[in-house]
Design a protein around this ligand. Structure first.
Ligand SMILES: [Zn+2]
Length: 166
C-alpha cells in the first residue's frame, strides 16, 4: 500500500505482458520463459521444502527476502466461492502429486491473511496433512494485507514464525 499507484500499474502491466509471452513453469506454475523455471532447476534449493503461494507476485516478494531456500508451488489464485473461484480451478491436484512424488517434508502455506487466504489454507491443510508437515506463515503480517507489498523484514519474520497446522 505504500507503493505509488503508477509504480504498481507499471509492474502489473509488465507482469501481464510477461505472462502472455512467457508462459508457466511446468512444475511450480511460476512465470517462466522455459519449460521449467530457474528455481525448480536450481541445485541449490532445498527440495524437501515447498512454499505455496497464490500467484507469481507473492513468489517474487518471498524471493526478495533471500531467506527462503526451498521450492514453490503457485496456486493461480485463492478459493473464493463468491467470485466463482473453486478448488478445481487452482493448481491443487498437481500440488498433491508433487508432495507425494518429491517426498516433501514440509509445506509452508504463504497465503494472505484474508477470508480467501484462510479458506484456502484450511482446505489445503486438510488435504496435505496425511502426507506431510503443514505450516502457515503468520507472525507480523497484518490481517488482509497483500503479501507482495510486505517488506522483506516482515516477510522474513512471517516465514520464521510459521505455525504448524498438523
Ligand atoms: Zn518452477
Amino acid at each position: 500500500m505504500r507503493q505509488p499507484e503508477e509504480k504498481i500499474q507499471v509492474f502489473a502491466n509488465a507482469l501481464l505482458n510477461a505472462r502472455q509471452q512467457v508462459g508457466q513453469c511446468k512444475t511450480c506454475f511460476h512465470l517462466s520463459a522455459e519449460n521449467e523455471c530457474e528455481i525448480c532447476k536450481s541445485e541449490k534449493r532445498q527440495k524437501e521444502l515447498l512454499c505455496v503461494v497464490a500467484d507469481s507476485r507473492d513468489l517474487i516478494a518471498l524471493e526478495r527476502t533471500r531467506e527462503y531456500k526451498g521450492l514453490y508451488h503457485v496456486l493461480g489464485g485463492l478459493i473464493s466461492p463468491m467470485d466463482g473461484m473453486t478448488p478445481e480451478m487452482l493448481n491443487i491436484s498437481t500440488l498433491i502429486t508433487r508432495v507425494n512424488n518429491e517426498h516433501t517434508k514440509e509445506v509452508i502455506l504463504a497465503l494472505t491473511p484474508s477470508v480467501e487466504g484462510d479458506t484456502t489454507s484450511l482446505y489445503l491443510a486438510g488435504l496435505l496433512r496425511p502426507f506431510t508437515k503443514v505450516s502457515r506463515i503468520a507472525y507480523g503480517l497484518p490481517v488482509g494485507s497483500e503479501l507482495e507489498y510486505a517488506d522483506e523484514i516482515t516477510l522474513t519474520r512471517a516465514l520464521e514464525g510459521r505455525r504448524s497446522m498438523n
